[in-house]
Design a protein around this ligand. Structure first.
Ligand SMILES: C[S@@+](CC[C@H](N)C(=O)[O-])C[C@H]1O[C@@H](n2cnc3c(N)ncnc32)[C@H](O)[C@@H]1O
Length: 306
């Protein structure tokens, strides 16, 4: 029973040394695997355990500290795991969307589904640095850094956004310190630049928070929100790292709705989620109206056009 779970831990976070060490440790610890196996579905994944541990006991120095402390404080860690979910909000993904947004007729009405705290709804309020200073625009912080390949059409102007709103099953209030702290803990150790971007983007959002409505992207919640968009702006419905959480049938309902609403549809998701061949598990596909235009790093670090 515990073998698939052991593999998930063994294969977790190869590019984050501390989490790779903890993952390997859990994979070889029958007692911890048995405990995890007894938790409900969706509550056993490595990032949830490690973030819950860090909330309870801080970031461990390595496997020995983690194992000892987890065995001492397992009830506290489990309570956090049962109460919380993994969630992200990566403002750096705006660097991937920017060329597509800027190429559309302006102004834009931006509707993000799976918006989390809405940090990806603010692409006009960040600074961008593509290719180590080769192409910059906007005012930061945050300064979102992105490497490119294949000459994406990098814009010289930020998009003009006339209206913006988000939809999420579980919206995050940017003023809720506890929820922001949890977002921070879900970022793997060693990726401090992502924590820094999160803090800066939250500070920007707090100046004028985007409106995030609680609702489901597969239902009339989407139609109701889209109906509020001004008709003289280009309606863009977009999402990043969301459809993985939506069952296949829900994804099809969503795509039909977007078509019926006459919106431009931008997506950044795992290639297989969008129906493309996936020979790499570390990239996202970036699509416009269902056509793939690029592959990209899941956290906005690079954009490979074409
Ligand atoms: C991994 S987070 C990504 C957040 C953000 N798009 C980003 O790229 O940083 C996925 C988000 O999708 C939301 N979500 C999942 N299923 C949803 C649904 N059916 N309708 C609306 N939101 C959903 C979750 O609550 C979560 O906030």
């Amino acid at each position: 029973m515990t073998e698939p779970l052991a593999n998930a831990y063994r294969e977790f976070a190869h590019n984050a040394p501390l989490y790779a060490e903890l993952g390997a440790g859990v994979a070889g610890d029958r007692e911890l695997l048995a405990w995890l196996d007894g938790l409900p579905q969706g509550k056993r994944q490595p990032n949830l355990v490690f973030a819950a541990y860090r909330l309870v006991a801080g970031t461990p120095s390595g496997w020995t500290e983690f194992e000892t402390t987890l065995k001492d404080r397992r009830d506290e860690v489990e309570a956090v795991m049962l109460a919380r979910r993994t969630q992200t909000n990566e403002a750096a993904r705006c660097a991937l969307m920017l060329p597509l947004l800027a190429a559309l007729p302006q102004p834009l009405a931006l509707l993000e589904v799976g918006a989390s705290a809405g940090l990806c709804l603010l692409p006009d309020r960040y600074a961008y640095d593509y290719d180590d200073g080769a192409h910059t625009l906007g005012t930061g912080p945050p300064v979102v850094r992105c490497r490119t390949e294949g000459s994406p059409p990098l814009p010289t102007r930020l998009p003009e956004i006339a209206w913006r709103a988000g939809l999420d099953l579980d919206p995050i209030d940017v003023f809720d310190e506890d929820r922001i702290r949890w977002l921070e803990l879900l970022i793997w150790p060693g990726m401090e630049h992502r924590v820094e971007t999160l803090h800066h983007a939250v500070a920007v959002a707090r100046q004028d928070p985007p409106r995030i409505v609680q609702g489901d992207l597969t239902t009339s919640d989407l139609d109701d929100l889209a109906a509020e968009a001004p008709s003289d702006a280009t309606l863009v419905i977009f999402h990043t790292a969301v459809l993985f959480y939506v069952p296949r049938v829900g994804r099809a309902i969503f795509r039909t709705k977007v078509r019926e609403l006459g919106a431009t549809w931008l997506a950044c998701e795992g290639p297989d989620i969008l129906g493309f061949e996936n020979d790499r598990d570390d990239v996202m596909a970036l699509t416009r109206d269902g056509e793939r235009v690029a592959y990209a790093d899941g956290h906005g670090g690079y954009l490979s056009w074409g």
